[in-house]
Design a protein around this ligand. Structure first.
Ligand code: GDP
Length: 436
């Protein structure tokens, strides 16, 4: 599940978005069938020769009232914090500019691989004209033309070669989860409780770069977990969380890299608009989801407080009806030890595979309970159902006419699945296909 991140950085107008789109389209041609994940225009999955990664166009993030200087600084910071590999993009027709040098200065501070690409090298003369760029100090510049597509393959080869060597292969047994939420809900306090205060961010001698932002830990029973983007959670007052746009992007990055997402709410403030934005992203990504109500030590409680709060959550986040809710306090430690267990349960549920024979028994039973919908005199006929993937569990239902698969019937089938199997914490997708 864990994908490395590649960020494109460069001064305005060097062609970052064009390159971004080029690389993304490369992938769209290959993979098109991943169901509905909301994507930011500046953050998208990419693939080259079977290697998958997430791509960020840092220049596409707009910063209110900032000048160029601040903007490139912010871009560089994002790239340095967020990425496993940085593509530093320049423009051959400009030669090396002051801004390029400024960006280079900032990128010297990272140990991450930086690949220097020189864009707008549209013809052979321009492709030869890249020697200036050695002065930036990032080794061989790669001439490319994002518009014509030349050199992009070389650049992608280089990116792939620089990606951290395997993030996911040897951590089969590890369950990745993230702790997300708006500022001050207590994310870092929860993480600290989980892994122990003393454990400093990371001292990452050998592992992959991804390790530098993630924190692995083991529970007493030996189950291995990895909290995604712990560095981002703990590093406060920097770019992180300063702008809503960036904090959302960061949350999306964390979600992408997680099997299970813990959405933290603050019991002392109640639910805010920003909680809903973050929740929406988690839901759209199709990951397992747990809602943690933190600071449960604060509200004055009556016997109904828990129920009331739960009711409010269910009303405000109707689409998250599958997510279990856990009341915790990072301050007193209440219920914190239950988090890993719950993450593990949700993880197991989202990996669950149901045999087609069992599903078809369920369909039969379901058809006895509720008649299939009829639209304009035509009745939906459901022939059979099969599970096509896990994480999230996705089912294809073969029918006479997919148009007749009304939302409410789909909902009904999902509920039937939930009643018969434990899918707590995981969204379920149903796709109607016409039987051939
Ligand atoms: P983050 O921005 O989401 O990472 O939030 P922090 O972990 O930095 O916490 C924000 C503030 O809430 C800090 O002052 C914490 O001490 C406080 N806090 C966090 N969890 C709890 C809790 O369970 N109970 C109480 N009373 N305060 C908490």
């Amino acid at each position: 599940m864990v994908l490395p991140v590649v960020a494109i950085v460069g001064q305005p107008n060097v062609g970052k978005s064009t390159l971004f789109n080029r690389i993304i389209n490369q992938r769209l041609a290959i993979v098109e069938d991943k169901p509905g994940v909301t994507r930011d225009r500046n953050y998208a999955p990419a693939e080259w020769l079977g290697h998958k990664f997430d791509l960020i166009d840092t220049g596409g993030i707009t910063w209110a009232n900032s000048n160029i200087e601040e903007e490139i600084r912010a871009q560089a910071e994002i790239a340095i914090e967020e990425a496993d590999v940085i593509v530093f993009l320049t423009n051959v027709t400009n030669h090396v500019t002051n801004l390029d040098e400024r960006i280079a200065q900032m990128l010297y501070q990272t140990k991450k691989p930086v690949i220097l690409a020189v864009n707008k090298a549209d013809n052979p003369e321009q492709r030869m004209d890249i020697y200036d760029f050695y002065s930036l100090g990032f080794g061989d510049p790669i001439p490319i033309s994002s518009v014509h597509g030349t050199g992009i393959g070389d650049l992608l080869d280089q990116i792939i070669a620089s990606l951290p060597k395997d993030i996911s292969l040897n951590d089969n047994e590890q369950i990745s989860f993230s702790v997300i939420g708006r500022p001050n809900v207590g994310k870092s306090s929860i993480v600290n409780r989980l892994v122990g205060e003393k454990r400093v961010i990371v001292n990452n001698e050998e592992g992959t770069t991804r390790d530098a932002v993630d924190t692995p830990f083991k529970t007493k029973d030996g189950t291995k977990f990895r909290i995604v983007d712990t560095a981002g959670i703990r590093r406060r007052g920097k770019v992180y969380e300063k702008t809503e746009k960036y904090s959302v992007m960061r949350a999306m990055g964390a979600i992408e890299h997680s099997d299970v997402v813990c959405l933290v709410l603050d019991a002392s403030t109640g639910i805010r608009e920003q909680d809903k934005h973050v929740a929406g992203y988690a839901h759209d990504a199709g990951r397992g989801l747990i809602i943690l109500v933190n600071k449960w030590d604060l509200p004055k409680k009556t016997s109904n407080s828990g129920k009331d709060f739960e009711q409010t959550i269910r009303t405000e986040f109707q689409y998250l009806d599958y997510a279990p809710i856990l009341f915790v306090s990072a301050k007193t430690g209440q219920n914190i030890e239950k988090i890993p267990k719950l993450v593990q349960t949700v993880y197991r549920n989202q990996q669950q595979r149901i045999k087609s024979s069992v599903l078809n028994d369920l369909l039969l039973e379901a058809s006895k309970l509720v008649p299939t919908p009829m639209i304009k005199g035509k009745r939906l006929r459901v022939y059979y159902m099969t599970q096509v993937s896990v994480n999230p569990p996705t089912f294809v239902v073969f029918v006479n006419d997919p148009e007749l698969m009304h939302f409410s019937y789909q909902r009904f089938l999902i509920n039937q699945l939930r009643e018969n199997f434990d899918f707590t914490g995981t969204p379920i997708k149903i796709i109607a296909r016409k039987r051939k």
